[in-house]
Design a protein. Structure first.
Length: 172
């Protein structure tokens, strides 16, 4: 019987558990993302390795509420920090910058980590209506990183990133 190799999706994730009966991860993160307050790190992160060797420690947003909140109300990202939005199916994924306080680079990725599209320096939006960024590609993930990362690291459509995870990334 043949084996299936996934050379770009390897193994590594940090976990923290909520106390029994406590609020869900999405609920805790929503509560912690009040305007003007930097929230604590996400309960789950993955490492995303860029071709030049840079490691991005990305919070995982794999539930609808976590994806909706994204990086809202954050004043900054930690060095080499980011967020990986995980969607259930690969389809067109629109991203907005609602209540985001910093510019971000947005990278749409397929299931193997290949960059399908990117938006450099997406501007923050603190007042409606906010622009939506929705390239004509079907993506499994969207990686949000600090503005300037794509240019500094030479990222462009066709570039392959390595997502390192101990368990499958399944959007809900």
């Amino acid at each position: 019987m043949g084996s299936i190799a996934f050379p770009l999706v390897s193994i590594l994730i940090a976990f923290t558990a909520a106390p029994a009966g406590g609020p869900s991860r999405a609920g805790r993160q929503a509560r912690d993302r009040e305007p003007g307050r930097d929230p604590p790190a996400a309960a789950r992160t993955v490492a995303v390795l860029l071709p030049g060797g840079t490691r991005i420690d990305a919070e995982v947003a794999d539930e609808p509420e976590l994806r909706r909140i994204g990086l809202m109300h954050r004043k900054s990202l930690p060095p080499n920090g980011g967020m990986l939005l995980v969607f259930p199916p690969s389809e067109k994924q629109g991203i907005w910058m609602k209540d985001c306080l910093m510019a971000l680079d947005l990278l749409w990725l397929d299931a193997e980590g290949k960059v399908l599209a990117l938006k450099e320096s997406a501007a923050p939006c603190v007042q409606d209506p906010c622009e939506s960024y929705a390239p004509e590609v079907s993506a499994r993930y969207v990686l949000e990183v600090a503005s300037g990362t794509s240019s500094r690291e030479g990222l462009r459509p066709g570039t392959r990133l390595q997502i390192i995870s101990v368990e499958p990334l399944v959007g809900k």
